[in-house]
Design a protein around this ligand. Sequence first.
Ligand code: BG6
Length: 486
Amino acid sequence: MSEMTTIVIFGASGDLARRKLMPALFDLFLKERLPENWKIVGVSRSPMSDEDFRNRMELGCKEYARFKLDEELWGEFADRVRYRAFDLSNLEHMLELDQELAAFEGEGPANRIYYLSVAPRLYKPALANLGAADMVDERNGWRRVVIEKPFGRDLHSARALNEMVHEVMDESQIYRIDHYLGKETVQNIMVFRFANSLFEPVWNRNHIDHVQITASETVDVGHRADYYDGVGVVRDMMQNHMLQLLALVAVEPPASLDAEALRNEKVKVLKAIRPMRPEEVGQHTVLGQYRTYRDAPGVVPQSQTATYAAIRFYIDNWRWKGVPFYLRSGKALAAKTTEISIYFKEPPHVMFPIPSSAKITKNSLTICIQPDEGIRFSFQAKEPDTTADMRTVNMTFRYASAFGPTAIPEAYERLLLDIIKGDASLFSRGDSIELAWRLIDPILEGWNAEGSAPLAYLYETGSWGPVEADRLLAQDNIRWSTGCQN
Ligand code: BG6
């Protein structure tokens, strides 16, 4: 019999466990990708029987998984799922949990994953107690700790958390999750760039005019105000997901797919992004808040939390000098879409008889991360039966057509599997998290500085955000693209 692997989910009564983690683990089970010998133990403070926990998880899978749940197979899976009510901030509880886990695991070496799906304020006590209870000691099998975002709320707190992690365990034992990195289409950026020889020669300042990265959501803050208010979109999306997407577009080709090689290259990009001085923040960023945000339960009156942000960054290196990268993200917007558009420069000379004031539309390559995953290339074509009129047309690749409508797994599936295998390439290293905060802190400081008003422009639910964000691009004579929406 092979070694036991126990997946301990702290915060198991929360949303992430039933919406994402359990459906992903069940799908891995169906695909026979879990280790031969495994157990899942859900832990949180609420008392619940094993049976109640399993039922709750089953409902979660029925509601949120991409697949239809087969009752018999679920039964087989659920037999190996347990629940225990413990408070992870209490050392006595942690020691008891350790004993119970050892009893489940039986004789012989056993590996463990501790998934901290808990409120960020509990990360420190959790790490301290895992250390104090000797639960990250690897003498009896490997021990891996997974931390969800947000990793800190600024550079100072992220550093303190990193220090705490390193007091308790080795960097190789920690997996800082950014679920965007588990998305197939995000991983495909590397394949697209480095497994095709066509694009790399033009992937630089000589040919690229600018880059736009959009992550827009139609949902509003809903019942998440407890977490969201005071955090806002800059910490919730920009510091992690959006900067990671930017890094993958801008990264130099690593020598291998090895976790360190790729992560070293990403760190170089983050280091090369020009940090803003607080007084420049008004010039390069726009923050917004949807009009009804303050009516949401849990939001403090007069809250200045931004639910929308648009930011212009520059990367000061040989490849990207002078190319603006525009990032925008927001809630309660017109469409749910995550996309990256690369705009190429206009032809240097126009030989066609178009009015002198007219310009030829730039070629663009749009990577549709979600929901309609794929890639679209827009270029000019001659309109038939005219002398030389032209129109923008598209060449489109869609994952659903090429690989089938259900080919794309949930991001968490890939990430959980990588944790089990010990592959950290798709996880953020401590230094890259700190570098990202180094870019975000001045933006937050700039906006919070006395005299900078208004903090967030209002926008209507269902719009594309405040008009001031359009003006940000208009300064450079461009407009926001929604290439995946057309
Ligand atoms: C999470 C944020 O990390 O990402 C949420 O905390 C956001 O606020 C979510 O809604 C978006 O993820 P996705 O995969 O739906 O784009």
